[in-house]
Design a protein around this ligand. Sequence first.
Ligand SMILES: [Zn+2]
Ligand SMILES: [Zn+2]
Ligand SMILES: [Zn+2]
Ligand SMILES: [Zn+2]
Ligand SMILES: [Zn+2]
Length: 353
Amino acid sequence: MFGPLSFKDSQTQSNELETQCLLCPLKFNLKTCLPFFLKHIFDDHRIVIEDAQHINNIQLYICHWREKFAQRPIEELVPAVTISSSDLKYFVLSMLLNDDKQLRHKLKLDAMLERQEFERTDTAFKTACLFCKLSFEGKRCDYISHLSNDHNVRLGNPHNLVYVDDLIEHIEKLLNNLKCLYCEKTFTDRITLKDHMRKKQHKRINPTNTFYDKYYATNYLEEDYRWDRSGEYADWKDVEDTITCLYCNLSDKDINKLCLHMSSKHQFNFYNVTKHLDFYQRVKLVNYIRRQVHRLQCILCDASFDNADKLESHMQEVGHCRMPNVKVFDQPEFYFPTFENDSFLHYLESIDD
Ligand SMILES: [Zn+2]
Ligand SMILES: [Zn+2]
Ligand SMILES: [Zn+2]
Ligand SMILES: [Zn+2]
Ligand SMILES: [Zn+2]
C-alpha cells in the first residue's frame, strides 16, 4: 500500500525552474533540458529512468527519489543491471519497482484530477458544435450534454470525462475524414455518414477501442486494470461482473440488490451514508472498507479479530457497520483498490436510493 506522500516541500520546488539532480547538487530545468539531465544521470550516476518523457510532473518524480536516496543508498533501493556491451552496472528506475510504479500512477492521477477540476469549472470553453450550427460557449459538461440531448451523441457521463478538448478534436478529425465514430468505416460524403451513424446507432464512441481510455477518469483509478465503459450506459453492457458485499461473502450481479442486502443485513445503506461524499471519496471509502475487512479489522473502531466471522459478528452486534470519520479514509492511499478488479467500484455511479 502506498502511504500518503508528503509533497509539500517538493511542490514549492516544482514552481522553480530548476530541479536538483537525484544524487548531486547540479540543477536542471527538466522542462527544457530533460535529455541533458538524463544524459547526466546516465554518465555520472549510472541511473536510467525508463520512459522518462511520459512521466507526469517529472519534477515531483525526481524529488521523490532524491529524498529516498538521501535516506538510503541507491544500491538498497534500486536493482542494478548490466546493460549489454559494458560490464558496468546501471540502476534502472522503472515500473518494475513497486514504489516507482505507484509513484508514476499517483502523479498521473494527480495531473488528471487537476485537469478535471479545471474542466469542471472553466466556463470559457468555446467550440462550434460538431453536429449543428451552434457556436457553443460555456462549460464542457454542458456541451457534452448538448451533444447527448440534441444530437443523441453519447460520449459518456460528463462527470467522468477528462481531457475533453482533446476528445472533441479527435472526434472532429474523424468526422472531417468522413469516418464513423463507432465503427470507423469511411464514407463517401457527410450525408451518407450521418445516415449510417443514425441508422446503426453509431453515434457513440467504440467502447472496445483502448484509445479512448484516457478520456475517462475512472480508468485512472487502477494501475493495471483497464476499466470498460459498460457501466456508462446500460445498453453497452456485455460483461456481467459479480459484485461482492463489503461485509460478507455474498455476491450479486445487481449493485442495487447488493445494496439492499447491505442495508437489511448489515444496516449499512450505501446510498444514504455516502450521498454527501464526492465520487472519489466514495471510491476511497470502498477501498478503505475492503482493506479493513481484509485485515480483519473493524471499520469503525479498528479492533482486530482472528477470523472473518468474529469480525462480522462484532460489527453486527455493536453496530459498527458505520462510516468512520471522513478523515480516516479520505487519504491518497485509498485511491488504490484493495482487490484487483473490484467490481463494486465499477458500479458506484449506478447506486440508487
Ligand atoms: Zn547528478
Ligand atoms: Zn449541436
Ligand atoms: Zn459505424
Ligand atoms: Zn453482506
Ligand atoms: Zn468495532
